[in-house]
Design a protein around this ligand. Structure first.
Ligand SMILES: [Zn+2]
Length: 123
């Protein structure tokens, strides 16, 4: 791992830690609904529908911690998406649907939203 990679990962760890200033900023400026499943978000941090800071394009795939790449997502969607690329999520969705797994519906919402954003030139 190169120097640049390790500093990027250090930044990611900071943002995934307990205090993320973006969470407050997004909470003040964005609708309180999950960008993927549209559930109503809660401000407290420890629930399945708690608001989390979502990197639409993951840091490890070249996404930035900037206003345009950040959104509020519920903890369930954020954990399911993790830092996977759209390609990996599409494969996981195909598996989940083939096996009729309970996470298939949420994966589909995530994949559809990411495809929609890529179609809008979100890159
Ligand atoms: Zn959600």
């Amino acid at each position: 791992m190169g120097r640049r990679e390790s500093s990027r990962h250090a930044g990611e760890n900071f943002l995934m830690g307990r205090y993320n200033p973006w969470r407050d900023i997004l909470w003040e400026t964005r609708p309180h609904t999950c960008v993927y499943c549209r559930c109503r978000l809660r401000r407290r941090v420890d629930l399945p529908d708690s608001a989390t800071v979502e990197h639409l394009r993951a840091l490890r795939h070249g996404g930035e911690s900037s206003d345009g790449n950040l959104a509020l997502a519920c903890r369930r969607c954020n954990e399911l998406k993790a830092s996977h690329s759209l390609l990996v999520l599409e494969r996981r969705l195909a598996d989940a649907e083939r096996l009729d797994r309970p996470d298939a519906k949420r994966l589909r919402l995530i994949v559809e939203e990411l495809r929609r954003m890529e179609g809008n030139g979100h890159d």
